[in-house]
Design a protein around this ligand. Structure first.
Ligand SMILES: Cc1cc2nc3c(=O)[nH]c(=O)nc-3n(C[C@H](O)[C@H](O)[C@H](O)COP(=O)(O)O)c2cc1C
Length: 359
């Protein structure tokens, strides 16, 4: 099993430990990434996906999503698109603005993305993938990485072919979510199916999907033979997860956040969101969305969320959160945060009709 403490190199850039916060559109904005880094154990952050067309057209809202924070290093900017020249142009613009790493999205299952034949739909067109890799590689001097799924469906599991191609065309790392697009988020990620890729490639490979506990991290590394891990939803439930994984795997005492630390995390996140140049409704939406992930499945949390979702004032939401954590403390319910399991299936956050659902 890989020693994640040793780190990996993405080109010349050291990522230590070999852990990454997965890109999550609508969630992993610069504030959230900052928060996760402050919890420790995170070697790399990746921006939410950004559309190459928006970057190329210089849309400021798109750029505000794309640019990492000043002290956010190492960090990569994830781009999606379909046309090699447009993606390459956007990547070059990112480099000109100081990007350290460009990540190409071949994994997104969202309807809005695959209907434009981008994201995971690109895996159906390996030769187009090659053209994209080649065009981007030629346009930038910083490292290029690729995030992909196992393939489009169970009949087209071509991640090994595409990962090889990425390496041949100069990619410096690949991250593989152990599911096909057809599987969306159902069932469990197949960490073992990442092994042929990790065995075959000389560049680092990160295994991704369903790493929700320290034990999951160990199993995912063992089964996949990957060099490191990429974690998304697990960090929404437990922002200290990467720190805990690093500590456990290196035999150090594992940090256990108190209820107060958890409550402070949420309150601080709310404070940060309030500083954003977005509408009050936008800020409320972000907080409510985060709260859904952070407390899903916890004792009495649905009542708390129901209350919080009705409020239109941030101060009222904050109060409901503090009261909730006080109640957990009084009832000695610290352990509700243990053994967190996310159910498979659709993400509750996306209502029927939302393009991010995979229907
Ligand atoms: C709300 C949400 C948004 C996501 N947005 C992106 C994205 O912008 N780019 C991307 O490559 N993957 C995206 N993903 C996929 C994650 O990066 C990750 O591959 C997937 O959630 C599996 O990892 P996990 O089980 O650790 O969450 C998203 C996932 C979720 C749940």
């Amino acid at each position: 099993m890989a020693d994640i403490q040793k780190g990996i190199k993405i080109g010349d850039i050291e990522v230590k430990p070999a852990t990454a916060l997965a890109p999550m559109e609508g969630i992993t904005d610069v504030l959230f990434r900052h928060q996760i880094r402050s919890c420790g154990g995170c070697g790399l952050t990746v921006t939410e996906f950004v559309n190459c067309e928006g970057l190329a057209r210089d849309v400021s809202r798109v750029w505000s999503k794309a640019l990492p924070g000043e002290e956010e290093r190492p960090a990569s900017i994830q781009i999606y698109g379909r046309q090699p020249d447009r993606i390459a142009r956007a990547a070059a613009m990112c480099e000109a603005k100081g990007a350290q790493i460009i990540d190409l999205n071949l994994g997104c299952p969202a309807k809005q993305v695959v209907s434009g034949n981008a994201g995971s739909a690109l895996m159906k067109e390996p030769e187009l993938c090659r053209e994209i890799f080649r065009a981007v590689r030629a346009a930038i001097s910083i490292p290029m990485t690729v995030k992909m799924r196992l393939g489009w469906n169970s009949h087209q599991m071509n991640a090994l072919e595409i990962a090889h191609m990425a390496q041949e065309e100069g990619a410096a790392m690949v991250a593989v979510h152990g599911r096909t697009r057809e599987e969306a988020y159902r069932g469990r990620a197949h960490w073992d199916l990442v092994r042929p890729i990790a065995d075959a490639l000389s560049i680092p490979v990160l295994v991704n999907g369903d790493i929700l506990t320290r034990e999951d991290a160990r199993k995912a590394l063992e089964q996949s033979g990957a060099d490191g891990i990429m974690v998304g939803r697990g960090l929404l439930r437990n922002p200290w997860l990467l720190r805990q994984i690093s500590e456990e795997l290196s035999g150090e005492p594992v940090y256990e956040p108190t209820l107060k630390a958890r409550c402070d995390f949420v309150c601080h996140y709310i404070d940060l969101i309030e500083t954003l140049p977005i509408s009050a409704a936008g800020a409320m939406g972000k907080v409510k969305c985060f709260l859904g992930y952070f407390t899903r499945g916890l004792a009495y949390s649905s009542q708390m969320r129901e209350r919080a979702y009705r409020f239109s004032e941030m101060s009222a939401i904050r109060e409901a959160i503090v009261e909730y954590f006080d109640m957990l403390e009084k009832q000695a319910l610290e352990s509700v945060f243990d053994n967190v399991v996310l159910e498979g299936g659709q993400d509750e956050r996306f209502k029927p009709g939302d393009p991010r659902r995979c229907e």
